[in-house]
Design a protein around this ligand. Structure first.
Ligand code: SF4
Length: 446
């Protein structure tokens, strides 16, 4: 958070000695606040003043990196309480949990199933980010072995959960180069976990029963020199969990309460996959930096990944596709021409339906500044003129020998105007994208 000149001035010696090249300390503070001078230029500032300014200018929430290489995940450093104020920047890392009590084959199969849950939505790839290995055995050797197997089977960074510091130390040491997140689970001796994380230079998740116990643990870890912390209310359940998420975010962003200035990790566990999926979605939508879940089947993970994608898009920038002609299959002179807008959700609703029809086609996405069909129509961005303009600029007149457009059924009202403006016949398509496949198979004739 940017500091004002007066905030900086409070920590300067106020002697106006001019050694910084400026006539007064206040003038110097103003220059520093606007980035025109570096704090180091004041040779007289005390160590305490320097420390206070570097603390005050630190972001309200720490950035924490889990993993190494291209699969590494960054969480935290969020600056807003509400998405509409700006946006949320670092998507929640979704971690699928396995246990070191599982047989090696089952553990590997669980990891592979979780990694195979991959989807494409609005042109973006959706997938999980982490594997969380739970130390149910209590054995350091078994835990380290399970972590090795999970890392190799998934290729993803790990979260290592244990209530025993010696187990965290053993598995953490073994995986140190891959930078796992150590999670000191409930009942653990936190001082041992803090020592292990410090020695291994690894990020540490501190779990406590509510706001005050977690703040105390965080303070202890900070005093020990740890910076890369994650906080968790553990198995608090949805109501207490959401309360913790909201309180800690408010404390970090609004009050700059340093002990809570870290991303939060949540557990969405349980035997009922639908309940776990609902809980995971709540936590994603309400500030979690990491969600650890037992969900591993694609059909259960889809809702969580979709919720994450939605909340982490920029609300001020509609997700768009390139305006112009897109092809499905290898369309030719007799192929249909379907019209839609360049709003990604509209386009990616149409495209898979055209694909599933197996009718090669042209899709013309009209530039409506990323707004949907009805919104663009209401704002007069999707009308006879803009559709005809896009058609003329597309070069489709030379690519197809028929003169027929398929217009979205929701804007059937435009059909007469488009026909008059463009000279093309207008076929009114289905109102919902789900009807496109049947329309193309049964009704389209060049
Ligand atoms: S060197 Fe420091 S103490 Fe001296 S005038 Fe500049 S800001 Fe003030």
């Amino acid at each position: 958070m940017a500091l004002s000149g007066l905030d900086i001035y409070k920590h300067l010696p106020k002697t106006n000695c001019k050694k910084c090249g400026l006539p007064t300390c206040l003038a110097f503070a103003m220059k520093v606040a606007t980035g025109q001078a570096a704090l180091d230029a004041c040779t007289e500032i005390s160590e305490k003043g320097k420390a206070a300014l570097s603390e005050a200018s630190a972001p309200p929430q720490q950035l924490v990196k889990i993993g190494a290489g291209e699969k590494a995940v960054e969480i935290g450093q969020e600056t807003s309480l509400f998405r509409h104020e700006d946006r949320f920047y670092r998507p929640t890392a979704i971690a699928v949990r396995v246990s070191d009590q599982m047989g090696k084959a089952d553990l590997e199969a669980r990891c592979r199933s979780a990694v195979a849950a991959r989807f494409e939505r609005m042109g973006k790839k959706l997938a999980i980010d982490l594997i969380a290995v739970q130390n149910d055995s209590g054995s350091p050797e078994k835990f380290a072995e399970a972590a090795r197997a999970a890392g190799a089977a998934s290729g993803l960074p790990l979260v290592l959960l244990s209530a025993k510091a010696e187990c965290l130390r053993a598995a953490g040491k073994d995986q140190a180069a891959a930078r796992p997140l150590l999670w000191a689970a409930a009942g653990s001796a936190k001082s041992g976990a803090i020592d292990a994380a410090k020695e291994l230079k690894l990020p540490l998740c501190l779990e406590g029963a509510g706001f005050d116990p977690v703040a105390e643990l965080s303070e202890a870890a900070r005093s020990a020199g740890l910076k890369d912390l994650v906080l968790s209310p553990g198995t608090a359940g949805p109501a207490a969990g959401l309360e913790f998420l909201a309180q800690s975010r408010r404390a970090a962003i609004l009050k700059k309460f340093r002990p809570m200035g870290y991303p939060v990790a949540m557990l969405a566990l349980g035997d009922d996959p639908l309940q776990a999926a609902v809980e995971a979605c709540w936590y994603v939508l309400k500030y979690a930096g990491v969600v650890v879940t037992d969900l591993y089947r694609p059909e259960h993970l889809l809702s969580v990944l979709t919720a994450r994608q939605d909340i982490f898009t920029d609300p001020q920038k509609p997700v768009q596709v390139e305006p112009g002609v897109h092809t499905v299959g290898e369309p030719g002179a007799d192929s249909p021409v379907l019209i839609t807008t360049n709003f990604a959700l509209s386009y990616y609703s149409v495209e898979p339906e055209v694909e599933s029809s197996r009718v090669p086609a042209y899709i013309l996405s009209v530039n409506t500044e990323g707004t949907s069909v009805l919104t663009a129509w209401a704002a007069d961005k999707f009308n006879a003129k803009t559709i005809t303009g896009a058609l003329k600029a597309s070069g489709l007149e030379a690519k197809v020998k028929h003169r027929k457009l398929v217009l979205p059924g929701l804007v059937a009202v435009l059909s007469g105007g488009v026909k008059d403006e463009s000279g093309w016949d207008v076929l009114v398509g289905p109102k919902e994208a789900s009807g496109i496949s049947s329309f193309l198979k049964n009704q389209w004739r060049p």
